[in-house]
Write a protein that binds this ligand. Sequence first.
Ligand code: SF4
Length: 72
Amino acid sequence: MSARDTVCMAKIVIDRELCSTSGQCAYMQPDLFRLDDEGKPQPISVEVTDEVLAAATEAAEICPSQAISIVD
Ligand code: SF4
């Protein structure tokens, strides 16, 4: 198995309808999320590498609207 085969292919998915613009994801994980003009987050990088998986998962867990998902 090559190193490429071990890359996590998970992605960050944000449900903009559920998002209540609390801003917690961008505040807690500024390397992963930035807020747009509507106060809703855009993932800085949609693809979740192994290095940022824990941070992305934490963001999903702290979101009060359960608007962030990490999907395979
Ligand atoms: S933490 Fe959740 S509700 Fe708050 S801005 Fe991020 S996605 Fe929206």
